[in-house]
Design a binder for this molecule. Structure first.
Ligand code: 6GU
Length: 242
């Protein structure tokens, strides 16, 4: 998978060299290229923003550096006519979720346009949409200072779904959100710690009973923390498995 990230803080993306994503890069599964938006500003101060028309607080990112940076990225397509999906992280976007991560993991090329300040000149979205698929995507209902941390979260969620990135494919199936329920609680040795025993069922060796207990725990945990997920999960209630 090819990934391009455009930002005025390219160093912010340095953690993508670490851990699972770093290994995927070294293994050649991911071709990640980070671009400095200021390389596409041409004045002495490498300015990428200006005051908003109509007034208001803060600054707006100018169209010109963005169109040049995106043109530069498009010019490095591996095959003629190939285009990335352009993801613009922002709190005003469509909510990111596991289904979107899975869909994006099937696309060969993603580009992330990380905005700062109040946002990017609206004409950049129009310009880009004439050249590639554009999606404004939000991590949730809160505000970050810029798109970089959000882009990293989305990249991690997408890349770990690529074949060969997560060693144990089974660990992708069981986890929270795949299947619409939160994960069950986990325990490891010792069997008693701080006076707290591991639930007896997990030591029983009765795999059918363990499966029922884990499913029950997933339902209870989802009802307590994320009741909004229950209708979609197909769960009928606490005895839905019976
Ligand atoms: Cl994707 N970007 C920014 N800047 N803020 C956010 C967000 C994204 N998701 C939630 N808040």
């Amino acid at each position: 998978m090819r990934l391009d990230v455009i930002s005025i803080f390219p160093d912010y993306l340095a953690p993508l060299d670490l851990s699972l994503i770093g290994k995927a890069r070294r293994d050649g599964l991911v071709d990640l290229r980070v671009h400095d938006l200021r390389d596409f500003a041409h004045d002495r101060h490498r300015t990428v923003d200006d005051t908003p028309y109509g007034g208001g607080a803060g600054m707006v990112m100018s169209a010109q550096p963005w169109s040049e940076a995106l043109t530069d990225v498009l010019g490095t397509a591996d095959a003629p006519g190939e285009r990335p999906v352009l993801i613009v992280p922002g709190p005003g976007g469509q909510p990111f979720d596991q289904a979107m991560a899975r869909e994006l993991s099937g696309r060969g090329w993603l580009a992330f346009a990380c905005g700062r300040y109040e946002g990017i000149d609206e004409r950049v979205y129009e310009w880009a949409a004439e050249r590639m698929e554009v999606r404004v995507v939000s991590l949730g209902d809160y505000v970050l200072n810029g798109g970089e941390v959000a882009a990293m979260a989305m990249i991690e969620a997408v890349v770990r779904l690529l074949p060969g990135v997560v060693g144990n494919a089974e660990s992708l199936v069981e986890e929270s959100h795949e299947g619409g329920l939160l994960e069950y609680p986990l325990y490891t040795k010792p069997a008693e710690w701080d006076g707290r025993p591991v639930p007896e069922v997990l030591l029983s060796g009765d795999h059918a009973r363990i499966e029922r207990w884990r499913h029950q725990q997933r339902l209870e945990r989802t009802a307590a923390r994320r009741p909004d997920l229950l209708p979609r999960s197909g769960a009928l209630g606490v005895d839905g498995l019976a």
